[in-house]
Design a protein around this ligand. Structure first.
Ligand SMILES: *Cc1c(COP(=O)(O)O)cnc(C)c1O
Length: 382
């Protein structure tokens, strides 16, 4: 029988342990497996190639993303590296503007050296995506909502264009998770995750995922996963399975808190601009509503110049200044000097990553306490 999302989160993949009845998937902390004779093994040979704890997690993420094939990696960037290794010299990718900094870095400083090029396009403008397609283009790479301005791309519309021209659509679904958005159902070919964020959910494990529905792409990716070797360890696979069990209840609270805080911020007058796809004033509001089950819990806002943004980061008490996002605890970061520092100053101004921009990963603490902390920190920053 096919379970709904909230049951799949707990019982999807491989549910517990067949051998002992343990309700949790055991941690198979082994690098290799006994072979009963030459060419006779029990389905496992070497843990880079396959490990039962990782396999249970890989089946789980596939079940959640509604693809047939899942792969788990040691980080989001190991997952991205493996996907980008599908391409060869002379190939070109169309890439969303304001994507994750590390994705931009590996495209610009690593894969470009191997002759794989990219073109940055505002993928929220579907016509611009179609206009950028050429023979060399082999794939469109989208983040929605994108980092840090939460720009929303119409995934189904871009999928239609990609299909029409015979290009792959790759979607980084980290900010949404399969609980809120399932790109394969919208027509994407490859879904990528940094499991480090909401999927793990506790800021204690680095991990990454890829999910696909096509057997041919899956076979190539399994080959590359084993060939490149950036696999997730058994213990970390266990932690991810454990984290994913509570994804639904966590996301519900994350989103509830984020909506409350965004509305408070809008009425407070503290912010000159708020980027949050859950506000009707946001240009991506309608598309977000159409393609996802919620706006997510990332809010970016531009602090009014009356306040000193440097002091704000000193004054927060409950909220923590740190890189990363998607954990149970609220984190803020300063995109201009942290996640997006590699982008030249002029370009940052142009695209809206100004110095006063604050990126807020809303946690699952009490929303009133979070609002109180924001308020006291901003008031003390005059
Ligand atoms: C963090 C992140 C990544 C990279 O993942 P790591 O687990 O840090 O390697 C990729 N994409 C997005 C959207 C992210 O937020």
């Amino acid at each position: 029988m096919s379970y709904k999302m909230n049951s799949l989160l707990i019982h999807g993949g491989i549910d517990g342990d067949e051998t002992t009845g343990a309700v949790n998937v055991p941690i198979y902390q082994t690098s290799t497996y006994k072979q009963d004779g030459l060419g006779e093994n029990r389905g496992w040979e070497y843990s880079r190639t396959g490990n039962p704890t990782r396999a249970a997690l890989e089946k789980l993420i596939a079940d959640l993303e509604k693809g047939q094939y899942g792969l788990a990696f040691a980080s989001g960037l190991a997952a991205i590296t493996t996907v980008l290794s599908l391409f060869k010299s002379g190939d070109k990718l169309i890439v969303s503007d304001n994507i994750y900094g590390g994705t931009f870095r590996i495209l610009d400083n690593v894969f470009k050296n191997f002759g794989i090029t990219y073109e940055i396009v505002d993928t929220s403008d579907t016509a611009a995506v179609e206009a950028a397609i050429s023979d060399e283009v082999k794939a469109v790479y989208v983040e929605s909502p994108a980092n840090p301005l939460l720009t929303v791309t119409d995934i189904a519309a871009v999928a239609e264009i990609s299909k029409k021209h015979g290009k792959l659509l790759i979607v980084d679904n980290t900010f949404m998770t399969p609980y809120l958005q399932r790109p394969i159902e919208l027509g994407a070919d490859i879904v990528i995750h940094s499991g480090t964020k909401y999927l793990g959910g506790h800021s204690d494990t680095i991990s990454g995922f890829v999910v696909v529905d096509d057997k041919e792409i899956a076979d190539r990716l399994y080959y590359l996963q084993n060939a490149i070797g950036g696999v997730l360890a058994p213990f970390d696979s266990f932690l991810m399975i454990r984290g994913i069990k509570t994804l639904g209840v966590r996301m519900d609270r994350h989103v509830q808190n984020a909506v409350k805080i965004a509305n408070w911020l809008k009425d407070s007058g503290y912010a000159k601009k708020i980027y949050f796809p859950g506000l009707e004033s946001n240009p991506g509001y309608e598309v977000q509503k159409k393609q996802a089950n919620g706006p997510g819990a990332m809010i970016s806002f531009v602090l009014d110049k009356k306040y000193d943004y440097r002091k704000f980061y000193k004054n927060i008490k409950l909220i923590t200044l740190a890189e990363s996002l998607g954990g149970v605890e609220s984190l803020v970061c300063h995109p201009a000097s942290m996640t997006h520092a590699a982008i030249p100053y002029e370009i940052r101004q142009e695209v809206g990553i100004v110095d006063e921009l604050i990126r807020f990963s809303v946690g699952i603490e009490d929303a009133d306490d979070l609002i109180e902390d924001l308020k006291q920190a901003i008031e003390a920053s005059k």
